[in-house]
Each structure stands twice: as structure tokens, then as C-alpha cells.
Ligand binder design. Structure first.
Ligand SMILES: *[C@@H]1O[C@H](CO)[C@@H](O)[C@H](O)[C@H]1NC(C)=O
Length: 196
């Protein structure tokens, strides 16, 4: 039933009869607007009050039912719409000794806050955060960190992506936002990864 509904919308989209409502239809299918023009589902940067991750790239979708998980059938669907966030593709060759990133800071209690913010989401590992940066066009910098008490209490890593590299001097978001449950968030294990 669900697949048929999706198929119908895609047919409408491809037929090109209606051009503007396409994004609205995609938004209703995906539950959120995952277009690059909408910071891939996270228009509010992580240091803004009330922001939510745009996507989750990891193996525990049941922990994040309200966030679009970039695994499974949805990946094929997203690939038809290149302006939406894309699932990382598994590497065809074993990765070389270098993963293509140089660490610019490690284990800070502040997350990167900068104007070239692109998008952010949740991941299971630092490696997954770099993989997401590789799949977002123009991404040069990945900042992985734990937002303790933040992001609906998720224990996953937050993965924030930027268009240029940053050093410790921009790791100025130290949390301090009061959460819906009254707790206050803080940042740990913040690492910066600059794409070579
Ligand atoms: C990271 O920093 C915290 C203190 O902020 C420290 O307790 C912990 O041992 C550090 N971890 C590593 C891997 O250096």
C-alpha cells in the first residue's frame, strides 16, 4: 500500500505536469524536507534553540523513529532526487591507510559554530560522520560530538557538517540550552575532521 502510494507520487513528479508541488509531495513522503536548500532537513544549526537533526546514518533506527534513517529502501528512493540528502554508498575498494581526513582538534567540550554550516544529523561512529561528509556535495569538515542531554536524549554522536575546515577556535558551542525536560545540554568528545 505504502509503496504504491509512493510510486504514484513519483510518477506524478516525473511526468512533470506539476513542477512546484514535487518538493511538497516528497516532504510528506519523507516526513521532512531533506533538500539541500533546507540544510538536508536540519535548517536550524545545532547551536540554535529547538534545532533537530535532519537525518540518522546508523544501525539503530528504532532509537530515532522521528528522524529519517539513511538505510534500506529509502536510499534508492533518495537517489532519484539528487537535491535531497543521499545515503553514503559502501566503498567498492578497501579504504587506504589514510581515510582522507586530518584531525584539527580532539575531545573538546565545545562544538563547531560557524557560518558555513551545511547540515547535521546523528551517527553511530566517527567513521560514519566522515562517510556522511563524503556524501554531501561541498562538505569539507565534519565535527562529531556528544550532545549530552540534547537531541531528545540521544546517546548517538551528533555529526555536524561544514563547507570549510575549522580549528578549536570555532568550537564555541558548549551547549547550555534548556531541554524540554528541563535538563541543560553540554558537549563532550568534540572532534574536528578536515577533509584533505
Ligand atoms: C577527554 O576529556 C575528558 C575531560 O574533558 C577526559 O576525562 C577524558 O579522559 C578525555 N578522553 C581522551 C580520550 O583523551
Amino acid at each position: 500500500m505504502r509503496l504504491f502510494a509512493i510510486f504514484s507520487v513519483v510518477v506524478v513528479a516525473i511526468s512533470g505536469v506539476v513542477s512546484t508541488p514535487v518538493e511538497i509531495d516528497l516532504t510528506s513522503i519523507l516526513g521532512t524536507n531533506l533538500a539541500s536548500s533546507n540544510s538536508y532537513g536540519a535548517p536550524l544549526a545545532p547551536w540554535k534553540y529547538g534545532s533537530v537533526p535532519g537525518w540518522y546514518y546508523g544501525n539503530y533506527p528504532e532509537r530515532h523513529r522521528n528522524i529519517r534513517c539513511l538505510k534500506g529502501w529509502i536510499c534508492k528512493f533518495l537517489s532519484w532526487f539528487p537535491w535531497l540528502v543521499q545515503c553514503p554508498k559502501p566503498p567498492h575498494i578497501p579504504p587506504p591507510t589514510s581515510d582522507g581526513y586530518t584531525q584539527t582538534f580532539a575531545n573538546l567540550t565545545g562544538a563547531t559554530q560557524a557560518g558555513d554550516y551545511m547540515t547535521y544529523g546523528l551517527v553511530d561512529t566517527i567513521k560514519d560522520c566522515k562517510t556522511m561528509c563524503n556524501s554531501v556535495a561541498g562538505c569539507k569538515f565534519a565535527n562529531s560530538y556528544h550532545d549530552v542531554n540534547g537531541k531528545d536524549g540521544s546517546t548517538q554522536l551528533t555529526c555536524s557538517l561544514f563547507a570549510t575546515c575549522h580549528t578549536a577556535s570555532d568550537a564555541t558551542n558548549t551547549g547550555g540550552q534548556t531541554q524540554p525536560d528541563g535538563s541543560i545540554d553540554y558537549i563532550t568528545s568534540s572532534d574536528g575532521w578536515c577533509k584533505d
